[in-house]
Design a protein around this ligand. Sequence first.
Ligand code: ZN
Ligand code: FE
Length: 241
Amino acid sequence: MLSIDLIPCLSDNYIFLIHDEATGATGVVDPAEAGPVLKALEARGWRLTHILNTHHHLDHTGGNLALKEASGATIVGPKAEAARIPGIDRAVGEGDRVAFGAETAEVFDVPAHTAGHIAYWFAGSGAAFTGDTLFAMGCGRLFEGSAADMFAAMRKLERLPGETRVYCAHEYTESNGRFALSVEPDNGDLVRRMGEVRDLRARGLPTIPSTIALERATNPFMRAASAAELGARRAAKDSFR
Ligand code: ZN
Ligand code: FE
């Protein structure tokens, strides 16, 4: 089993520090910046071997070059955005497998937020890194793709085992949940979950990871019945206060 630590940074980003005790393999997913990662590595006495990017946005790749220079880590990122991933060594897409210590991540193409966005699924550890595609009770903005693209991405991710832990790259959960409640005020799972989320946030704690089962039950974008409905919800969320 991988150990997975959250490193909060910038205003609401999470960098994920992943480590395989048996082999010493150590990775970061979506390093927005290098400083907090270097500190975390030093505190644990680990050497960085992998950098995994889900998409090209700076708040997911900003630490790539400094971390690579400090550690020689291999940078893995989306094939369709390879030209925009600083320092990329290996470009991957749908169906590719990334070896990490004793584990393997399977790559899914989940474009919509950006045109080449990918997700990494570690089946052995039951963990998925979904970047800015699937958030807890939300989905990413449609910057480079359509509602139909996001609808297709949701279909891919909802098929993962329900117990799969979902590590998304932003702490947007409370705001997403308020919107979700406006869509489905009578969804009991959602009402319960929001109670837990408000409690965690009031104590300054992260709401991540979620699980695929929780998202199936409470995420208005995963629960949208059609691409058109997802698109209408995404547009409503863009202006929701
Ligand atoms: Zn993004
Ligand atoms: Fe982001």
